[in-house]
Design a protein around this ligand. Structure first.
Ligand code: ADE
Ligand code: ZN
Length: 323
């Protein structure tokens, strides 16, 4: 079955991480910037392991310098989403790469990002701080989030190296964002184990967890997630390519779902992992035998967990109902 034409929702997508390598090359060429040896012979991003992935990711962002560049990036990402019938996506946006967390600059980047448009795809933004840049920078990022919370910026979160620092070091920014009305998610349980997921719940009080899959190693925590309805934004293809699991059949998505944990599926950084939403679904079908009912449940879980307003949710629900 090709799932390409089936409508989909995606809740975990890093905007810069979705940049087509060809766009980064073009922007670097136009500006005569050397982004370093970040491509392989076939023109794809080249890296090995998580820390090199982060280095290549950050090197690629050097080609993204102006609000206009981010408009072009967002346009390219929306076109990719439309190709795979993703009708709603929440993108992680990083003021760290958009004017160094300066609020005035961030407003200009945000306006440019919102100028990109493709019919049929609704995009919302979740501002993310970057964990390995440290808590002080994260406070500035949280201020950008709190000041621009609204119809487009609907959430606040944290990505970056989970192996650095503690979730609680970032509580100040999460508190500020919550007070501004933003919904919260953080990367946890990708590289560290269940304790990190518990810390995300206890110290940052998030309602969704990015990845969260290593929670599967602690039955008490799995029960807690199921009982409290905390939603996991899983990214199975990302986890396999980065080596969190040796192969998809070792991935705990089905185990978590069957234990009652609400799970969603996203691509994380699609060109880095040679994936798309269609491929994620197809791989779940091949490996775990998932079918139309499973994917409908996945969409409903994502719709319930989406950070957007109720009107948008109702419109999306109607589009999911269409045959
Ligand atoms: N930023 C982009 N992709 C990420 C991932 N998989 N984990 C943490 N931070 C990220
Ligand atoms: Zn991520």
């Amino acid at each position: 079955m090709s799932w390409q034409s089936h409508p989909k929702l995606e809740l975990h997508l890093h905007l810069e991480g979705a940049a087509p390598p060809s766009l980064i090359r073009q922007l670097a060429f136009e500006k005569s910037i050397d982004v370093g040896g970040i491509f392989d012979d076939a023109g794809n991003y080249a890296y090995s392991g998580f820390s090199e992935f982060l280095q290549v990711y950050e090197a690629a962002t050097q080609a993204l310098q102006s609000p206009e560049d981010f408009k072009r990036l967002t346009q390219a990402v929306l076109e990719q989403l439309a190709e795979h019938n993703v009708i709603y996506a929440e993108a992680f946006l990083s003021p760290d790469f958009c004017g160094d967390r300066d609020l005035g600059a961030w407003r200009e980047y945000m306006a440019a990002i919102q100028e990109a448009h493709v019919d049929g795809v609704t995009l919302k933004g979740i501002i993310t701080c970057i964990r390995h840049f440290g808590p002080d920078k994260a406070k500035q990022t949280a201020r950008c989030a709190a000041e621009t919370a609204g119809d487009f910026i609907v959430g606040y979160g944290m990505g970056g190296a989970e192996t650095v620092g503690e979730q609680k070091d970032f509580a100040y920014g999460f508190d500020m964002a919550r007070e501004a009305g933003l919904r919260l998610t953080t990367h946890a349980g990708e590289w560290r184990g269940p304790k990190e997921v518990a810390a995300a719940l206890d110290d940052l009080k998030v309602e969704r967890v990015g990845h969260g899959v290593r929670a599967a190693e602690d039955p008490d925590l799995v029960r807690r997630l199921a009982d409290t309805g905390v939603v996991l934004e899983t990214n199975p293809g990302s986890n396999v390519v980065l080596g969190v699991y040796p192969s998809l059949d070792q991935h705990p998505i089905t185990k978590l779902r069957d234990a009652g944990v609400p799970v969603t599926v996203s691509t994380d950084d699609p060109p880095f992992f040679h994936t798309t939403m269609t491929k994620e679904w197809a791989d779940l079908e091949t490996t775990f035998g998932w079918g139309a009912d499973d994917f409908d449940t996945l969409n409903q879980t994502a719709l319930n967990a989406a950070f957007c307003d109720d009107d948008t949710k109702q419109q999306l629900a109607k589009r999911l109902e269409q045959p």
